[in-house]
Design a binder for this molecule. Structure first.
Ligand SMILES: C[S@@+](CC[C@H](N)C(=O)[O-])C[C@H]1O[C@@H](n2cnc3c(N)ncnc32)[C@H](O)[C@@H]1O
Length: 211
């Protein structure tokens, strides 16, 4: 009886450890430069950055699909771009990230250099509404995380520049649902898109694959 109790306890502890490992957003990431930044950078920036779980979600989407050309709208200090850049480093792809505030873009650039991802990530300082129309070529991955009421405008500009099979993702679609209502309606009703909403973080991430 005593042994059975002990065995149960060991099994419970083992199961809790395995579940913890599966949920660890940093599992399997060994890059010595980027890993400490992924673990510690957001805490210096009062809530603007995606949580690590959402960074990992986007990282996995890029790797699973072998995406090669990414666009991020809303860089801030570059935390989410570090997740995306690390994924593109593994697929052999590249990322352009857009930020309207020069000081934030400069800080992001310093972070990309420190992470040794500055050859993968190109930082551009401009209003996304002006920069997207002049971007050349097609994209297979987009992450929208800038001014929420303009999500529908970013979408309209980026749709003609998407490759079939590509994906448009967007942050805060649950936590700021009322600000992105038009965007949500469009991604759920546009016949060219197949959309799911990932609610594993409080923010909510929309994932719209392009047919
Ligand atoms: C939530 S933060 C981005 C956080 C970042 N994606 C991360 O997780 O690390 C939103 C950023 O979008 C920028 N932004 C807002 N409107 C923009 C626009 N029209 N074009 C480019 N950047 C914009 C803001 O200055 C801000 O730094």
């Amino acid at each position: 009886m005593k042994h059975t109790g002990l065995l149960c306890l060991v099994l419970i502890l083992l199961s809790a450890t395995l579940t913890g490992q599966q949920n660890d957003p940093f599992r399997g990431i060994s890059d010595e430069k980027v890993l400490p930044m992924l673990k510690h950078l957001p805490y210096r920036h009062g809530g603007m950055n995606v949580p690590a779980e959402d960074g990992r979600l986007l990282y996995d989407i890029i790797l699973e699909n072998g995406y090669q050309r990414g666009l991020e709208i809303g860089t801030s200090n570059g935390y989410s771009a570090l997740w995306l850049g690390l994924a593109f480093k593994e697929t052999g792809g590249r990322l352009i990230t857009l930020e309207i505030e020069p000081q934030r873009a400069r800080e992001a650039q310093e972070n990309f250099e420190h992470a040794e991802l500055d050859d993968i990530i190109e930082s551009r300082i401009n209003d996304a509404l002006k920069e997207i129309p002049v971007l050349e070529g097609k994209f297979d991955f987009v992450f929208i995380d800038a001014w929420k009421p303009d999500y529908d405008k970013y979408l309209e500009l980026i749709l003609p520049k998407m490759k079939p099979g590509g994906v448009i993702t967007a942050h805060n679609v649950t936590s700021q649902g009322s600000s992105v209502r038009d965007f949500l309606e469009e991604i759920q009703n546009n016949p060219k898109l197949t959309t799911t909403i990932n609610r594993s973080s409080r923010a909510g991430v929309s994932i719209s694959y392009v047919k």
